[in-house]
Every structure is written in structure tokens, then in C-alpha cells.
Design a protein. Sequence first.
Length: 1106
Amino acid sequence: MASPLPGAQDWASLVERVASLGFSRLLIDEAAFTQMPPGHLDVSHRQGLALDVALSATLTSGASVDADASTSPAQTPDANEPGTNDDPPDPRHPPRAPLQLALPRHSSAENARPGALGSTNLPDPLNARLRKLADQGANGFCLHHLDARPTAAWQRLIVDMRRHYPALQWFGWTPGLPRDQMIAAAAAGFDGVFLSSCWWDMRAAWLYDEHADLARCAWRIALAGDPFDTSDDLVARSHNVLECARALQLAFELGDGILMPAGMEFGHAHAARAVPDVGPPGDGTPPDSLHEIDFRQIVAAGNRRLSLIAAAQRSTPALSADDDRASAHRNGAAVLRCLSGGNAAITLLTQEIPGATDGRVVAVNHSLTHAATWPMAACASVDRVRLTPLDAQGNALGDPETLTHIALAPGEVRIWKAEMDRDVSRHVWPKARSGALGEADRRAVREAAAQSRVVIESVSPSLDGGRFAARAVVGETVSISADVFTDGHAQPSAVLRWRPLDTNVWRETPMTPLGNDRWQAEFRPTRLGRHEYRIEAWRDPYVNWCIEVAKKLDAGQPVSLEIQEGIEDLTHIASQASSARVRKAIEAVARLAQAQAPSIAYATLSAPSAKDAVAAARYRPFVIESPVLALDVEPPEAAFGSWYELFPRSQSGDATKHGTFDDVIRRLPAIADMGFDVLYMPPIHPIGQAHRKGKNNRLDAQPDDPGSPYAIGDATGGHDAIHPALGTFDDFRRLRDAAQAHHLRIALDFAVQCSPDHPWLREHPGWFDWRADGSLRYAENPPKKYEDIVNVDFYAPDAVPALWLALRDIVLFWISEGIDLFRVDNPHTKPLPFWEWLIGSVRAAHPRTVFLSEAFTRPKLMYRLAKIGFSQSYTYFTWRETKDEITDYLTELQQPEIAACFRPHFFVNTPDINPYHLQRGGRPVHLARAALATTLSGLWGMYSGFELCEATALPGREEYLDAEKYEIRAWDWQRPGNIVREITVLNRIRRRHPALQTHRGVTFLNADNPHVLYFEKATPTRSDVVLVAINLDAGQPHDATIELPLWRWTLPDDAPLAVENLLDGTQFEWHAKHQRVHLPPHAPYAIWSVRPARSANANDESAETP
């Protein structure tokens, strides 16, 4: 409080009210104290209030700040004002009007000199002032301008005064001090210092630092309001009411005590106003017109909690040591920690005592106008997760709970008691008890000692921890790696063990360390079908002996004792050998080394013949094996192939005449000449009449409309029958044999769906889900509808196992007809367990069978289909158009866990998908998309008509106009503007270059044009390296500067590369790291085969790579 003080009667009422609020001390300025009537002091003491005096170390006795113009803020630049110094503004010193209180806050430049009066022998006027005030009855002092003298001077002053006045309490005004002076002040012997809490924005980190810096002092007193605010307004009836209440609640949580400006309980922001008398809180006295805002309940409750804490610290009987309200503060200074971060909508902080079993959690809503919610998952981790809500006095308001989020009203402050939850009792080992020697302990020790000291982790490839088989093709080099390590400095030994599933003989390949405890080995399966592999590792004493002794010999150290130990090791290993021949060979080495000098003996003991003999002994202490993992070895066409799709019925050359298998045979030479190796045909089965679709998917089919081939089944048969108009089974077999003669394999469509005329509806009605009115729901793939198709129900009453077996038998039937490539229509709409069973069952008997998944669905479902057995999959390539989209997608597909099972099949178009970029891009875009598909993936496909740049679409749809799916078409295969020659060249390049026969091994490189995609495809050994540049805006010419990946051969930037232009066969050399490429619409891509030129590095074997 500041002067003038009220008269005796008002003073008595004021002191009574202050005491009723729970305050223990009253702070007044020096001028007010010196002018205080004698009776005021007695009244204060009768109410149990100590009177403390605030005074400045730089002012004369009895003077207020305003009396000394040199210290008036109106004349002294504020540290927060711009231009006064180079330091950033201090939020604890906001600009203010001239100070009217006698509670100073700034020293003058003259009086703030460090050391002033600190090292002289002159009488200290401050000491005299303090003695005079103490003699007049002051109970304590709050000293301002601590920077006016050094810390040692304050320590001497306080020690001297305490010798004469031991009951005095000493408080240091620390807000605004530089950090080093603040820390020093906290250690200067003051009983209390002050937190700058009233200027905290609840986000900045400085308060946590200040709280920690002041921890050496007994009391850290929080400021509820700015003691120097001289405004005359009451807080408004707006959000400022919330702000004031929040400031009070937060101050009680931040400090060990609180300094509140007089009148703040009624909404005053300062201590200067005279406050009329109002009864104590809760006395039923209605507030008068000046005090419609009343925070006395908050203040009284907060002070009661602080008094309980103080009582607990004094260990008084008044509060049990087990009382929850005091336990958190019993053991020392609380530590503040922010859990929510500075950008959170809610500040969440903890207040914990080191060593205490509980603490407090405080949540504050920054906003005074909006509610806020914050998830606990976004907060820093803490071990005290059981939160009990508390009232202002610290009493529990409910049971402990584990919160998932915190929701606060505008300006709300909420507090919880935080405790650790009960520990989980382990049952793997017996509970440890000192000195216990029970049988359970002995058994546990023996079991632990029997465990291997070697660790095998992170085996790759491994799909879902071994739940699914990884993939490879026959003859492919399969690389297996794992983390293998042991304790100490020893190096483990490891082998890769593998076998075909139909043999019990495991083959072994030594693993090689790659660094950082990663080991690798390779093997090449030569048989189709399921294989298994695992890693075996052990701690080999002989191998580690060789390594250790070699290091000591290199360092010139004596090794006589080590040689003897090595001989003993070999002798022991020999005793463990199961073969007499191996045992004798090892013993012979040991005997020979026994008679040799150490250096010669080492050469004998570590010779290749000795190592071979030891390896043959198979002595493997601490051996450990990884779990067995599966590998499906598939035919090469599972990973590399060029697919050509056509409708057989459109191959007659006459739109009025239904095509036959013989018509397809006549097309085979042209298809083979383009370089395709797979001929894929949509369903060739009978087509139902019910709800048959007409042209362009119309519902009103005409009598001569052929219908959709996906509406499978009529009176003549179902999935194991052939549409009569296409021919007979003999005709089909002739097509199959003719395709084989042209090095083409036939792929058939396996569509698990039926037309309403399918024989199964009559023969097996229990395989379908009939509706209440006796109808069946037609198939849908929103937004598409298929009124001519109904689906089987895999879990209908009669479906298991009959339907599942019938569908498998259909696949087996066509396998018996020489078909082992199946494109599966919409497998993601059928049960995953069905596909896993069917594919596993089929491939167990016919491992050459390949299933292509036509699933345009969510990525995780697409990858799951690959894991359960699909060898290939359609992809999102069709809709990846920009440089970033393509780069990101290929990067995703090369992730190890995806690449281990998922093989992308890049179709540039399908009968159902006529992409917008083809519709609007014409011939240039058809060329660019063909180049993308053929160079980025080992598998690519096109639907016939693409080579003619046919892209006429239904308006606004990604569908073909007059689509072959619903009618017979006739094509001019020599139509001008076709890209047959370009496709032929692309397929020829793919066959010549192994790097292009997989989607792996792609590295995207720098090209300075966003419309030019530039990348490298390389084999693992870089024996084949291809560079590709493609214009993604193919309708316009684009130039780009490309960067040659010389660093991937460890070549300098000026090293030459030997280059072959794969499109025209020209050969030349590039002699600079950056080259310029021009990609016009008629030639929107460039493909080069590159290798280091012979002159690049004559000693580099990679330069000889073709």
C-alpha cells in the first residue's frame, strides 16, 4: 500500500479485511511507514499481520520516489522503450504513465553503479535507515534497486542487521534485474524474492528460467498484478474480469507466496486507491456499487492453501505429513515445467518437488473469449499421469483419472494433483530380494546364462514379421541382411541358411559385415515355389582370437601367451568335432604351432587350411537362429513383361462381324513385332441376356448389341465355357499354340461375378445373397453401376467351402488349358482370406502361375493384396502426371517393405480408363506416357488403340466413346499418326537393358525444368545404367539442363561418359557434368545408355562395363 494511509477507524477495518483474506504480511512504502500513526502498528499486530517496508537502496530516508526527480520514470527512460539500449524489450517492464506509488522500480544511472558504497569505509546511510525503521517497529524490508551495490555488500548488510534484529524478514525486489544479478540476489541471503509473473504471457519460456534461477531463495513470491500500475479504472465487466481472476489463480500456483496490490480483490489494478470497507469474504455482506467485482473467495482460498503448505514445511502438528495438500511441497523448491509448448492454445505446466510422490498440473486458457481444447497426446511425457481435480484450496473434487484431452472455458485455470500410477508387477523373473537363494532364483539364473550372447535383429526382407512371404524370381540374386552383434568387443560370426520348402537340407552362405553391425548375404534360388531362409549367428572364439592377435602383432606387442591360448582353443574345438578327419586336422595344426616361434605359429594357426578345418568342426558357442522367413520364387514374367490387351470380338476388321480366335491369330505377328510378350484378353465366356448393356453403357440394349463380356454366363455355360461366337476349345488351343510360337503368353481375365443368367443361380442359389423380394442386388463400384452383373456371396449359407472350391477349380481348369497368367478383376471387393487361400493353394501345385490384381483402391489394401499372393498390381500411375507426383509415387513404391512384395504394373490405359491427359494431349502425350511406363517399371501394358492414339471420350468422363466393352469395333491398324514404331523401339530397349526390367533402381536426378522428368535406372552393380529424360508437357517443346550422376561412379565433374543414344543408336562422349537436352512434341523423350569412358579412369574396372 502507498501513502496516504487511512485514519485509525478505516485502518482497523482495512487490516481486519486483509487478515480475513489470509494474508500474513502487509507491505507499505517507506514514506507511509514513517508517517504512520503509532496505533496503526498495534492494530496490525493484533490481527497477526506483519508490517514490511518497501524502500529503495538509492533514496534518502523517508523520501518517496516522486520526491526525487532523478528516479522518476517520467524523466528516466524506461528500459522497455526503444532506443535506450541494445537489449530487446523486457515484457516485465511495459511502458507506463508516471509512477504515483512510493514503491520504486528503477534506479538512476548515477546511483546504480555496481559497488556504490560497497567497498568504502564510510558509514552506510542505508544501514542507518534500516535500523531506524526497525526500531520504529518494521517487521521486514522489501529492498529495491538491488543493482545499486554488489551481492557481497547485500550479504554483509543482511548478516549485520540480523545480528541486531534476528526477527526481521528480508525481501529482494528482483523483477527487471539482469539474469546474472537476479541469480546473485537469490543467493544473497534474502528470505524472499519476487517472480515477474504478472508480466508473463503464459507462452514465453523466460518465466520457467526465472523460476529456476530464484530457487536458491526460500520464498519465490509471485506477483498477482503490477504494483506500479497507476490507472484509476476498475476492471471492466468484459473479458478483463476473467483476466484478473486468471492472474490471481495463476499467481497462487506459480509462487511460494503472493504479492497482491491492495484492492485487486475488488478488481483494482493497483495499490494507490483508497478502498472502502467491505466485510470479510463469505460474511453475507452485499457488495456496494463500487465493488460489484469480488475476487475475495479466490484470494482467501489461495492463501489458505499457501498457509497449509507453510505449516507442512514447519512440520507443525496442525497438518499431518500425509496430508495430500502439503505433500507436494514438503521436500524443497518446486520445479516448473511446460508440457504443452509455446504455440499451444492451452498452457499446461507441472509443479513438482524433486523426490516427492506427487505434484500439481496447472492448465491455463490463453484466450479470454474462446474455449480451448488440447490433447494430452500432444504434451511432453510425464510419469505422473493419474490426475485428481482440485479446488482452489487443494481439496479433491473427484476421483483420479487419466485424461485424453483438456477442455477449458475462456480464461479458465484448472488444477490437478498428479500422481504416478501403480507399477506393473513383472512375472518373467522372480521378484528380486536381497540374499534370496531359492530354487526359483537358481533356475532363473541358469536359464539366463543359457541364453545366447549374440543378437539378430531387423532381418530384411521380412513382411509383417514373417507373416507373409517375400518375393523373388527364379535365378534372381536375393539379398538378405540383418543386424547381428554381441556384447563386448568380440565380433560374431553369421551365416544365411536357406532351402526349398520340399527338402530338409539347408544350404549355408557366409554373411559379410557391412558396418554398424549390419550383415549381408546373397543366394540365387533356381527352383520355382516356396523357399525358407533364416540367419544363424554365434560367438566364435577362434575367429576373435585371430582378429585380436593380428592387431597385437601389427602393434609390435608380444603374443607368446596369446599363441598358447590359441592352441588351447583349437584343442578344445577339435574335441567338439563330430568327424574324426576334422578332429585330426585341427590337432595337427595345434601340434605344429606348439613347436614354432610366436610369429610363425600365428601364421600356422590362422592359415586358410586351419580356418577351413575349424569351420568344418561347426563349433558354434552361444548360437542363435532367427525365425524362419518365407520367400516365394516366381517365374521371370512375374516381374518383367509387356502386356497387350485386346477384345477378340473386335479383331474381324468389320464392325458388323463378331471376331473369332482365328481373327486374333492373324493379329499375333503385329503384336509380337511391337515387342509385346503377353496377350491379355477380357473374359471370353458366354454373355448373359438379362439386363444386357447397350452401346456406351446404355440400359436399353438392342438385339444386335453383344453386351459386356464381364456379365459372365448364360444357358450355354459360365466361367469354364467359351463364348460360342469366339470359337471352340480347339480354336482356343490353336490360338494358345500360335501365340507361343510368336513368343507370346496368353493372360485371361478371372472375374468373380455373374450375369443373372449364369447357371450357378439355378444350380447353387445358396451361393448368393437374395433380397427379401427374391431379387439380387446388382454390382456397384460407386459411382459406376453394373445392372447386368450380380455377385456371389462368399459367406452365404452354402458358400463355404463349395463356392470357394468351385472358384479354385475354375483357375485349375484354365491352367490345364495352358494358361498361367490371370488378370483378376476387382479383387479388393472380395474377401482377403479367400484370395490368400486360393492363390496359395494354386501356387503350391502350379508355382508358375501369376496373378495380376486389378485393384484401384486404397494403397494399404493394394499392398495387402500383394502380401497375400498377387504377383503384380495395377497402380495409380495412370493418374500421376506431374514431376512431383511421379517422383513421390516411385519413391513410395521403392520403400523396402513395399518393394519386397508389390510389383507395379503400369498400364497407360484400359477399356475402362481413358485418362484426361490422353484425351487432350494427342500423339505427343501418348508418346510420353509410353516412355514413362516402359522405363519406370518392369511391367507395363496398353489396351489396343493406344498405338493409334485413339482417345475419343465420352464428354466429361474418363471413358471411351463407343467403347469396345459394349460393342464391336473395327480399326485401321496403319492409321496415320500411329506410334507403332516408337512402341516397338521402347520394347526393344527394355529387352536389351536389365536396368529397365524392374521398378527398382530408379534415382531421380536434377533437371532445371519442372516439366522435364530426368532419372537414372541402374542395376545393383551398375553394370547397366540408363538415363531417361521425358517431357511431361509433351504438347510443348521443352529444354532442360541435366546433371550427369558422375558421383555415382566416384568420378570427378569433368570425367567423360561414354554414351549411346538408344533411340537412334548413335554413340558419343559427354565431357561435362551438365548437359543440355531438347524435347520437342514429336520426340518428347530421350534415352541413353551410359558408362565411364575408358579415358575417365584407366585403372577403374567400372570403365570397362558395357
